[in-house]
Write a protein of this length. Sequence first.
Lengths: 350, 350
Amino acid sequence: MKNNKKEVTIYDIAQELNVSPTTVSRALKDHFSIGKDTIKVVKKMAKKMEYRPNAMAASLRSNKTQTIGVIISWIDRPFISSLIRGIEEAANSAGYNVIITQSNDLYEKEVANADVLYNNRVGGVIVSLAMETKDYSHFYQFINKGIPVVFVDRVTRKVDCDRVGIDNFSAGFKATEHLIEQGCKRIAHFAGSQTRNIYRERKRGYLAALTRYQLPVDKSLVTYSSLNSEDGRKHMEQLLNLSQPPDGLFSANDTAAVSAIQYAKEMGITVPGDLAVVGFNDDPVSTIIDPPLTTIAHPARDMGKIAAEQVIKKKEKKDIVASQTIELKTELLIRSSSLRKKAHNIRIAN
Amino acid sequence: MKNNKKEVTIYDIAQELNVSPTTVSRALKDHFSIGKDTIKVVKKMAKKMEYRPNAMAASLRSNKTQTIGVIISWIDRPFISSLIRGIEEAANSAGYNVIITQSNDLYEKEVANADVLYNNRVGGVIVSLAMETKDYSHFYQFINKGIPVVFVDRVTRKVDCDRVGIDNFSAGFKATEHLIEQGCKRIAHFAGSQTRNIYRERKRGYLAALTRYQLPVDKSLVTYSSLNSEDGRKHMEQLLNLSQPPDGLFSANDTAAVSAIQYAKEMGITVPGDLAVVGFNDDPVSTIIDPPLTTIAHPARDMGKIAAEQVIKKKEKKDIVASQTIELKTELLIRSSSLRKKAHNIRIAN
DNA sequence: TTGTACGCGTTATCAA
DNA sequence: TTGATAACGCGTACAA
């Protein structure tokens, strides 16, 4: 079964053709210094001998890998898997492979993953930070060696790197403003960990909108959690038990928004009548829940694509380029979960 | 910015300590032949000098990679991303990395991905076949070299490899039988591509259940598609236009089932009253749709985990082991979308 | 218990 | 346009 024939190398091809390995190496890469016919002959022989290049050997010698490392929290989340799809697409079409590692939102795993990626000498790194990461020194091993690091979505300003994300502040503002326009007076907010910029910014947007429209800020209407389904139910329960329950909810993700709607409905609350709800992410569930969820749409896949392109661009530019922060557009998709008034000028998403 | 200090190698450590590179190499790996103190000293110096092992060099030399290649259709599907999570978890805890490639369900991309993985000399491969792959010769490059290949979920019997999957036939049977027990007489089936075993088997299970319960088989009740949302709506429309519309539906995935339910509800059809529905996969949407969707639950993550373990086991066993086919259990999760009768003995899922 | 010396497959450098 | 040779960083057979 196991066929341990030795690998066919460029030496074998060289020998067969009575040329030097150098020539073969170059011919296979269409190097300009090699004659057209030589190239043709070499490639033909390579095919005949079933030669397969060894990417590892090439990387070792040239000190360049065609691999991009990725660190994300959990792969099995709609937003993340879209992101990765974008990364893969951009990377592959530029001839790069992608090694994916999951931090499970734990700082320690993030550090361990960074080390693994370094040991594999990846050519660049794309990171969406773990929930509670506050120390960023594990990224300097890359930066110090000139290996590009690009943060995506969950970024930090404390490291001088490229960043790709969205304007979470204005998205939070838009979402909240929309609820206010729908007549909500007491708007609750499901906030995520304030260690991460995205959740901080969304909350800032929420607060700014309240202030802008001169609504009071009530701290009992803001909850903090990791925004999973259980959190959504739990915090909805908590809010409904207040002496003055909210009439609007802006959740920093769809998962919590959806479970909050489900809980509220079970409690006899009408959505959007009693409670108007806006989520964040435009996950698949947002069109399935009844009523369909108004939400902020991310260009997740584009973020991945751009992050990968950015890594590759940095890698291929020898000269030092200043770090960029790229912000993609978000869109408020208005669906029934927040629509109390007949729509005039607002566009209703399907 | 770019810090081009040369890499610290085992030679540098050796020189610093006046020992040989061999000793360093072994000490870092806790080789038994090296004295305790030497090990301690070497490791200390390695840390001090910020030595980082070069996994590529090691792989090149030892002809063994700590990398597992994965080929799947699309990463941004709930089932697939759970699968990958399982693969990653098992692989990482055994010290392996994972390179993920997407075939986009295209045969050509699958072949190209296999080549890339081979060129990167992965130590093993996990594959979930693209929709229309009929030729499997691109996997022989691995098999011929003794590189383990494990098929997962979408498998084939035409290659002698390990397989990890579920019993799709019995799952299809169970789903259909359940609908029959709920009093359905005309049960439709959304089938997937019959090139792939999983959809063939689900349909076989459906047909077997009809036969077993002496219900007629009506070809106009079976549709074929790639089972996306549009397909679900389109085929539901088609079915409702029949002179005798179905009173039950078994869809080979949840995506199509959910969109079919949505369409049916829009048309004034009551679910499960007029139409009882069962899906497949237990995607997150299945608990969000109203009514909640009865479905077949896969152990997706376990499948990934087991597939990875299987690859690693094969890789580490020198001797030739016969190929195994591992079938994991599925469960019919009964929810409201199919429940017409009051439940007696059946367990109702949340 | 430790060291010497070579090779993994490729590419860079310099020379022809 | 082509070739000879060294080097990338590490592992290991063999020697000591």
